[in-house]
Design a protein around this ligand. Structure first.
Ligand code: MN
Length: 201
């Protein structure tokens, strides 16, 4: 069974002005679609053809590089779209808000540490907030790797992820990755992140 592209949960322009419509459209219809197509080609006729994407991701060391890159690309982008929503951002409330304060000192400090994880990831990759052995941890991964992968240096259940590939921001922000990251905070769907936190604990 070939994988299919999950629907984008909002319109291309829904996250304006923080993420522009053209970037969203290209990111979803070209990049996410290409990861999907390349993954389907890479697993066609192999045992992986009958597995779910998370099962493949969690055992990624068993697979060749095209499955790692494109399977990661498929999973990461679906996770990324769901991490954002129109008219969102702000600060998380409830259990997650309390846990972030406890783990990082304050939301401001968390925001600074997470932003730095994205800013300092050399080249292409992702910044993550994960639940690792019950505790919140910030880190980053290269390329399309993610913390669910058995080969990942950063391990845990991701609850928030940020794409810092240039294709995620270059049209609007050019080389200014910190500006993109600063604007992205206005798009975070904290209700979704809180649900993931609840499930991960
Ligand atoms: Mn991307």
């Amino acid at each position: 069974m070939a994988f299919t592209l999950p629907a984008l949960p909002y319109s291309y322009g829904a996250l304006e002005p923080h993420i522009d419509a053209q970037t969203m459209e290209i990111h979803y219809t070209k990049h996410h679609q290409a990861y999907l197509n390349n993954l389907n080609n890479a697993i066609k006729g192999t045992d992986a053809d009958n597995l779910g994407i998370e099962e493949i991701i969690k055992n990624i060391s068993k697979y060749p590089m095209p499955v790692r890159n494109n399977g990661g690309g498929l999973w990461n982008h679906t996770f990324f779209w769901e991490s954002m929503a129109p008219n969102s951002g702000g600060e998380p409330s409830g259990v997650l808000g309390v846990a972030i304060d406890a783990a990082f000192g304050s939301f401001t400090k968390f925001k600074e540490d997470f932003s730095n994880a994205g800013i300092t990831r050399f080249g292409s990759g992702w910044a993550w907030l994960v639940v690792q052995d019950g505790a919140l941890k910030i880190g980053s991964t290269p390329n399309q790797d993610n913390p669910l992968m058995d080969i990942s240096e950063l391990k845990g259940s991701p609850i928030l992820g940020l794409d810092v590939w240039e294709h995620a921001y270059y049209l609007k922000y050019q080389n200014r990755r910190p500006d993109y990251i600063g604007a992205w905070w206005n798009t975070i769907n904290w209700e979704q992140v809180s649900r993931r936190f609840h499930d991960a604990k």
